[in-house]
Ligand binder design. Structure first.
Ligand code: ATP
Ligand code: MG
Length: 194
């Protein structure tokens, strides 16, 4: 079986889970949420108190996930998480979608998600500095699609992904430039604080 293994990644709170779940429903796919997977498979090895995040045993997750994905008997597997590109090897992943959201909008989304203080600024900087995209390209070069989801309804985002998966639409990586946008608008210092 030619299995598609589709990674949905992006900075925290860009809309990965909302998008991935709707895509899962449309494709009748198997779905793996990495946050839940880490919890249910005992892969949390500590807590980063300063960052208020959990520390994952990435090597163990990589091994477990690879085995799990290989055994899934479904033509479509969707993996949702901001470190998906680090734990699903390029030999398995067939498509990588990196969700991008304008930092002006993302800041509001993050506040709604409950981020505040250092964690908010750190995650916002990660989006402005293309961290998720760079990580994706460094490992999965050639199969990375960058999607600017700013102001789009979930249905629109899912449709753009289906355009690529089902309707042969070409996609690109490297066209979003939040830093350039902020610099042009004189807003860099207001948004890039970490
Ligand atoms: N296209 C959209 N339009 C409006 N709101 C959205 C959209 N996508 C997601 N949201 C909202 O944004 C918030 C974050 O979405 P979601 O939980 O899917 O993000 P995430 O990237 O999975 O976050 P995390 O990295 O923390 O898992 C939620 O409140 C969700 O309802
Ligand atoms: Mg999520």
């Amino acid at each position: 079986m030619n299995k598609r293994v589709i990674l949905i990644t992006g900075t925290p709170c860009t809309g990965k889970t909302t998008t991935a779940k709707q895509l899962t429903a449309q494709l009748h796919a198997a779905y793996i949420n990495l946050t839940e997977y880490a919890q249910t498979h005992g892969l949390i090895v500590g807590e980063d108190k300063e960052r208020k995040t959990t520390i994952i045993d990435e090597e163990k997750m990589k091994n477990k996930l690879s085995e799990a994905i290989s055994q899934i008997d479904s033509p479509n597997v969707i993996v949702d998480g901001h470190y998906a590109t680090a734990v699903v090897p390029p030999t398995l992943a067939t498509h990588v979608f990196v969700l991008r959201r304008n930092p002006k909008e993302l800041k509001q989304f993050m506040q709604k998600c409950g981020f505040e203080g250092a964690k908010l600024w750190e995650n916002l900087s990660a989006e402005i500095l293309d961290i998720c995209l760079s990580e994706a390209i460094s490992v999965h070069s050639g199969r990375v699609c960058e999607l600017d989801v700013t102001g789009k309804k979930v249905e629109e985002v899912v449709n753009e992904i289906l355009d690529v998966l089902e309707r042969g639409k070409k996609c690109y990586a490297g066209y979003v430039d939040w830093l350039g946008m902020l610099e042009r608008e004189g807003l860099t210092d207001q948004y890039l604080k970490a």
